[in-house]
Design a protein around this ligand. Structure first.
Ligand code: APR
Length: 311
């Protein structure tokens, strides 16, 4: 395969995987390989996307396959394979089913792309990222997960709607696990540089936080047959972008902390610098005692899942 372009493989050609693949293909800087266990699914979606390239003006090559040989020497592998939740389920309910799938997938990824960066998307996100880190034996700079970009995007959307401003002018910061224990730091939330506390009453901010925390569930309840995929797909593509283009972007990602924020050996979401080497720096924000306690609660919830997975 030509190496003029970067190579990104996406495992799981379902809703999130396909959305992410198409977004990357549109950028035109990477060839994309879509992998799935279902025969014909990655091939069909890959061919459909390839046939869109003349229209979207991209020379990316996109192929779909059921064979990991096609992923050999990928720069980045995005793992979305797994079961999505249905109404009434929490992300944590997926843990044992998705553990088996992630185990199988990571072994293949490591065999064919020993130097790649792995971006985890499968839920429960923090636990699955920790599992991939454990199985791959890669450094934490090369195995991390997408969650905070999505959670922040949801919060930004709700704030922009409330204030009738552009979503681009809203900055938010969400830490912690990708679930009910996530920690939106309203203190650092600004609109055009102005603190949100000067623009909205506390009760309103609290209700937007609540909607953000339950944002995934809101969509599951509407879809009934699966979970969100447009926003998760493009959030993951933004991480790919930061790495391939070495943008050194500060983005919230799920990463194993080794003493930062007073937490050791557990994956949770914090802001990091993302560039060509993956996570190039963990940004340590000064937290209030309450915020610190919330982050520790989040890490404890992830630790419970690690016990369930026995890792
Ligand atoms: N190897 C490769 N692909 C697999 C495997 C496996 N062992 N097991 C399942 N898959 C594939 C399925 O065939 C399916 O095409 O993973 C895909 C998952 O796609 P969807 O069911 O559409 O789920 P999606 O909405 O994309 O969510 C995937 O991301 O956001 C998380 O919670 C979500 O864990 C879920 C994951």
């Amino acid at each position: 395969m030509r190496r003029r372009y970067a190579k990104v493989s996406i495992i799981g050609a379902g809703n999130v995987g396909a959305t992410c693949a198409f977004r990357i293909a549109e950028k035109g800087y990477a060839d994309v390989v879509l992998i799935d266990i279902v025969e014909g699914l990655p091939q069909g979606k890959g061919l459909d996307m390839l046939e869109a390239t003349p229209i979207i003006g991209s020379d990316a090559r996109i192929i779909g396959s059921n064979r990991y040989e096609e992923t050999a020497n990928s720069d980045i592998v995005v793992i979305t394979s797994g079961v999505a939740r249905k109404p009434g389920m929490s992300r944590d309910d997926l843990v044992l089913t998705n553990k088996k799938i992630v185990q199988e997938v990571v072994a293949q990824v490591v065999q064919y792309s020993p130097d790649c960066i792995i971006i985890m998307v499968t839920n429960p996100l923090d636990a699955m990222t920790q599992l991939a880190l454990h199985l791959s034996k890669f450094p934490r700079s090369r195995v991390f997960g997408q969650s905070g970009i999505l959670d922040s995007a949801r919060f930004r959307t709700f704030i922009a709607q409330e204030l009738d401003v552009s979503v681009e002018d809203v900055f938010t910061c969400v830490l912690g696990g990708h679930g009910d224990t996530m920690v939106p730091l309203t203190r650092l939330c600004t609109v055009g540089g102005v603190p949100i506390s000067e623009l909205l009453p506390k009760e309103k901010i609290d209700s937007l936080v609540e909607r953000t925390v339950k944002g995934g569930g809101e969509i599951v309840a509407l879809l009934k047959t699966g979970s969100a995929f447009y926003a998760p797909g493009v959030a993951t593509a933004q991480m790919v972008d930061a790495i391939i283009l070495d943008r050194k972007k500060i983005l919230p990602c799920a990463v194993r902390l080794d003493g930062e924020y007073g937490i050791s050996g557990v994956v949770v979401g914090v802001p990091v610098k993302l560039g060509k080497n993956g996570i190039e720096q963990i940004i340590e924000l000064k937290l209030t005692p309450e915020e610190s306690a919330s982050l520790r609660r989040s890490a404890a919830a992830v630790q419970e899942l690690l016990k369930v997975m026995q890792i």
